[in-house]
Design a protein around this ligand. Sequence first.
Ligand SMILES: Nc1ncnc2c1ncn2[C@@H]1O[C@H](COP(=O)(O)OP(=O)(O)O)[C@@H](O)[C@H]1O
Ligand SMILES: [Mg+2]
Length: 399
Amino acid sequence: MEQLFKNILDNLNIGVIFVDKFGKISYANKRAMEIRKMDPDRIGTHVVECHPSKVHEKVYEVLENFSNGKMTHRHKLTRAGDKYFDNEYIALYDLNGEFLGIILVSKDVTEEIRLRTELERYYRTIEEEVKRKEEEIEKKYREILSVREHLMHSEKMFAIGKFVSVVAHEVNNPLDGIENCLRMIVQEPENAEQTRRYAELALEAVLRIENFLRVILDYAKPHSYEVELVDLSHVICKVVDVVRYKVSNKNIIIAVDVENGVLVGGISHHLEQVFLNLLLNSIDAIEEKRDNLKDLNFRGEIYIRAMKQDDHVLIEVRDNGCGIKEEHLGKIFNPFFTTKKEKGSGLGLYICYNIINSHGGKIKVESSPNVGTTFIIILPQNLFSVRNKNKLYELMWTK
Ligand SMILES: Nc1ncnc2c1ncn2[C@@H]1O[C@H](COP(=O)(O)OP(=O)(O)O)[C@@H](O)[C@H]1O
Ligand SMILES: [Mg+2]
């Protein structure tokens, strides 16, 4: 039996040494002797003799701690040459709890340590790589931000430039006209008929400037208007009255079919602007069609209807004007898009789009060239926009 245990122990790949309670090495298996480079005649000698004298004190201390029960277990990593060993010291007691000695188990962990070191080195490289990439991304992100800022700045400058040129143009043209009219009047003041005609033309030009400035100033001054419950029939009828007066002698009929009491939450003045812009566009389209047809008797028709539908309001503004070319359909809501050359600012529909959008609604267009155009507006009917005043403002002025 003893031989069998000896055989088993000698064939283990871990070193096993037994040091008795007097500190004497009473057993070492084959592997332990290899690991510790021990001669067989060490068996039977005191364990301190296997250690250099400078650690003798420490060895005695450990032995003492084990024998008086202060220590029952100890772990220590040692290095011998290029090998690493994990040493475990375990106190051994007999059945009565009497201390017999210490079992020392040594295991070669060189490969594990090598792998661990390699892994740590690998982690460190990855960490460094990740850090480097993060810095790179951060740098690129900052670059993108600066390019974006630059782009936004140039876009803004472009828009401002375009805006200023449109404003200058819209004001300068009628101003030129007024100047010409006044010159004619000054040249021949006694010609009452001519004076009256030029004075009327000049007045028209003044109104045009006034109207243009009103449109852009209204749009630029958000806080002068209150969000309220707006009765759409009032808004539409008010605008139609103004426009009817303008088209009174132009052979254009405007029909209105709006239910009473269709309420939406919003800014009535802005909603008026939407319908004014749409009606003025319809009139322009009808006049353009009349010019194209060379038919002075062509009768323009504009039809506006508004009705409640589920939780929203549907509004249609339809005309039998010149229609919109298919290739222009995607552009008409862009700022400054106009087909009216110097007569147009291209801001009307852009403003409509923004106003409807900020009221939580949608605007779309259907058109057939030479047949006519219908603008369809959907506005939410619930009172969310009135209840959430600030939200509406936010929507309106962050667009
Ligand atoms: N009812 C319409 N019929 C035909 N074309 C229209 C109509 N409404 C708008 N458009 C087209 O959309 C363009 C943009 O309209 P808008 O933004 O109001 O600017 P503007 O009227 O100053 O040109 C117009 O120039 C015109 O080509
Ligand atoms: Mg317009």
